[in-house]
Design a protein around this ligand. Structure first.
Ligand code: NI
Length: 230
């Protein structure tokens, strides 16, 4: 059994009894995030995964990784940026590669999105990340538009899928429904929407459309709520 908690925007925490894994830990400036940096620093975190180099995904990675002394697993360009700017613990894993240790693996898959990195002139391809722990597979799509790449994920039998639905920086909720049809994950959680009033995405309409069409079981989460898979 593992639990994945949504801390709003794209920040997801995978929790096991002994430790946590953070994905895109955007706390400072995330208006609906339910945890503080101090709360997070009390946790045992073994790694931070970052899908791409935008500020709202790198978030507080540098401060947290330095606090934990943990590895940061991200794309090649973002890892270079971390190493040159902030910290020396970043591991570099490019798209299509899989990171593995004794506890989990993280497979990087393509995401179609602008690849600029923070405030630099650097750029790096964006990723989605499939985390495998024991028999469980959790897919965090990062920021992406609708892409045929999703069809390749069906065979992986994803248990839990986090998909962006905002429609301004990423695919909208209608495209995200099509993504669900292609991925065929068991449980689908909409993320990366309504953080700022640019475009309002309708999470309930997304959920009802996914449910009616049987493209997975939708779960609309408030900040701090989670999904248990077992
Ligand atoms: Ni982005």
């Amino acid at each position: 059994m593992i639990e994945s908690v949504y801390h709003w925007h794209s920040f997801v925490e995978i929790i096991l009894p002994e430790w946590s894994l953070l994905i895109d830990p955007f706390v400072t400036g995330n208006p609906k995030c339910d945890v503080s940096l101090d709360n997070l620093k009390d946790k045992k975190v073994i790694a931070i995964l970052v899908t791409h180099g935008h500020d709202d995904h790198i978030g507080d990675t540098a401060e947290l990784a330095n606090h934990y002394g943990c590895e940061v697993i991200t794309t090649l360009g973002v890892a270079h940026y971390f190493q040159s700017q902030w910290l020396e613990k970043a591991k570099w894993y490019g798209i299509g590669w899989t990171y593995k240790n004794d506890i989990f693996s993280a497979k990087f898959v393509p995401a179609i999105h602008d690849g600029s990195i923070a405030d630099s002139w650097l750029s790096s391809p964006c990723a989605g990340i499939i985390v495998t722990i024991d028999k469980y597979k959790v897919y965090h799509a990062g920021d992406t538009s609708l892409t045929k790449e999703f069809e390749l994920l069906e065979d992986l039998k994803i248990d839990l899928c986090f998909l962006p639905i905002w429609g301004h920086y990423t695919m909208d909720s209608l495209d995200a429904v099509i993504a669900c049809k292609m991925i065929k994950a068991k449980i689908v959680v909409p993320i990366h929407y309504n953080t700022r009033p640019i475009i309002k995405a309708d999470d309930m309409e997304f959920a009802s459309t996914v449910m009616v069409n049987r493209y997975g079981v939708p779960k609309v989460l408030k900040p701090g709520q989670g999904v248990v898979i077992e």
